[in-house]
Design a protein around this ligand. Structure first.
Ligand code: SF4
Length: 542
């Protein structure tokens, strides 16, 4: 690995142009990683508002609620109540895929439903239009459920979407429920995930008590089937003999959500977007949860083994080991070949609420080092681990989000494991209800940056010249003008799947192609062609 710049100097360079107050705040959000023996790491400032004027990667609360959590469910008609501008960006921009079981099964994911509010509805109220939209969607599609999402203008004018939903639920006899997920409700899309999960928990989960007699039943939480990831995971689980009751929300249906409380274990992939559901299902129905990661071949094997340890059945363990052995051969052949061309190169990842963590495993497998990483919408526990949960200050923005009081269900609560069994599992090394966060797994002296700005991104590219940068569509073309390939990890561009063993092979090959092509050396940014900047500006300190 080439000699790398001192991260303290890099940090100084990232913040030196900011006004004092902004620099002070950013300084707490840019951390040089240092992992202690007990895996504790330095504190990072996260889940705080972006300073106005800074170009952020973040999405709004509505985007998190509609786009991330509810978007991948195929048989709910999702109506955005608001101007069409808000609805456009949540229309399949994440490349969620789904596979209806038969031609009769609904799939509304290719549609974008909006009330398309106009000026007069902003002035006189839009409830009438919303009522009409729900009726129209019902008449056209006869869905099992309709969800309504409030955008900023709806919150500002005070439309009561929940009253309209209750009224239409009674009239139509199907599940109609609303989400007060106005874009401004939280500091990022993270608030939208929380709002989405609360409503799913209140209105959907637990409505169907049919129990499948299968002995190894799990839910996969926080897996959104980008580029077909869920299909790969479903295939692996089936071959291992594990029954998937529901995935929240990749390749899912409202019926599967309704039945999710009958599973015996919840496996959490994206901790940030869904840890609330895992906690609430545990409290109400007695289903424990574990953190898993199906991104990376070694992580996939580790996660399968964790599930096998939980169920503690020799037959299941043998099947899991057999699948791992079968898949590893193909993975290893490609991995070794790709590693010979990628070893020692640098990667940076600034994505989502777990992706910046999980994909580091894939880079590690081909010998690449993640020199800088961070999340758009994480909270401290996603970086530092759940051990910091009691010390996180609840600020006004977080108080904005409804906190549900959950009690054990008097009839349906059935603890799947006794406290003694859970203790024994922990002693066996299976951390139940635990997540150690991203930082303890990163190297010391790497940079961890929360809510990175466009300016800081460009500085990092200039300083480190990484072989690859992983982000989203908003960052992609700016990064590529530096002659550095940018892999979109929110939507995988046109590629994927990247989950499981097959996905790992896809990822190795994709990264190899991206970083080892000559193409990047031919690219000249416009300012390099003319020899001078196209636009110059100065920061105003006030
Ligand atoms: S911030 Fe508000 S106006 Fe903007 S897209 Fe989100 S909901 Fe719409």
């Amino acid at each position: 690995m080439a000699h790398l710049p001192d991260p303290s100097n890099v940090k100084k360079q990232l913040i030196q142009k900011y006004p004092t107050k902004v620099a002070r705040k950013r300084s707490q959000q840019i951390v040089i990683n240092a992992v202690a023996e007990d895996k504790t790491v330095p504190e990072i400032l996260a889940n705080v508002r972006t300073t106005p004027g800074i170009i952020t990667q973040r999405g709004c609360t509505y985007a998190g609620c509609k786009g991330v959590v509810l978007g991948p469910t195929r048989d709910i008609v999702n109506i955005t109540h608001g101007p069409i501008g808000c609805g456009f960006y949540s229309w399949l921009t994440r490349r969620n895929q789904t596979r209806p079981e038969g031609p009769e099964d609904h799939n509304f994911m290719t549609y974008c439903f909006s009330t398309d509010m106009q000026d007069d509805q902003i002035i006189f109220g839009g409830e009438k239009k919303l009522r009409q939209a729900i009726q129209e969607a019902y008449d056209l599609f006869h869905p099992k459920a309709i969800a309504v999402f409030a955008t900023c203008p709806v919150g500002l004018i005070g439309d009561d979407i929940h009253a309209v939903c209750r009224e239409m639920k009674e009239k139509l006899g199907i599940n109609v429920f609303g989400f007060s997920c106005e874009g401004y409700k939280g500091v990022s899309q993270s608030a939208g995930h929380h709002i989405a999960n609360n409503q799913l928990f209140k209105h959907v989960i637990g409505r169907d008590d049919t129990v499948d007699p299968h002995p190894f039943k799990i839910n996969m939480l926080g897996e959104y089937n980008i580029g077909g990831d869920a299909f790969v995971i479903e295939d692996i689980l089936e071959r291992c003999g594990i029954k998937l009751v529901a995935t929240f929300s990749g390749n899912s249906t409202v019926g599967k959500f309704e039945n999710a409380h009958t599973a015996d274990l919840n496996c959490v992939m994206c901790h940030r977007s869904i840890n609330y559901v895992a906690d609430m299902i545990e409290k109400k129905y007695g289903v424990p949860w574990i953190k898993v990661n199906f991104i990376g071949a070694q992580s996939t094997a580790k996660s399968l083994r964790k599930i096998a340890v939980y169920f503690d059945n020799p037959e299941l363990t043998a099947r899991v080991e057999k699948v791992i052995e079968e898949e590893t051969k193909a993975v290893e052949a490609v991995r070794k070949e790709v590693k010979s061309r990628c070893e020692g190169k640098l990667a940076m990842l600034f994505v989502g609420g777990s992706r910046a963590h999980h994909y580091q495993d894939l880079f590690r497998e081909i010998g690449m080092k993640t020199i800088a990483a961070g999340y758009e919408f994480a909270h401290r526990d996603d970086y530092e681990g759940r051990r910091v949960l009691p010390t996180i200050q609840v600020d006004a923005d977080s108080r904005n989000i409804e906190e549900l009081t959950v009690e054990p269900d008097p009839e349906k609560y059935r603890p799947r494991r006794t406290p003694e069994q859970l203790k024994a599992l922990n002693e066996k090394g299976l951390e139940v209800k635990g997540y150690e966060g991203m930082m303890p797994q990163m190297d010391n002296q790497t940079l961890v940056i929360d809510d990175i700005s466009q300016y800081e991104t460009e500085k990092l590219l200039e300083i480190y010249k990484p072989a690859i940068f992983c982000a989203g569509i908003k960052e992609k073309f700016g990064v590529q003008k530096f002659g550095i390939p940018c892999l979109q990890l929110h939507s995988y561009d046109y590629g994927g799947p990247f989950a499981g063993f097959k996905g790992a092979i896809n990822f190795y090959k994709t990264v190899d192609r991206m970083i080892n092509t000559q193409l990047w050396s031919y690219i000249k940014a416009p300012w390099q062609v003319n020899g001078k900047p196209l636009l110059e500006a100065e920061l105003v300190n006030s």
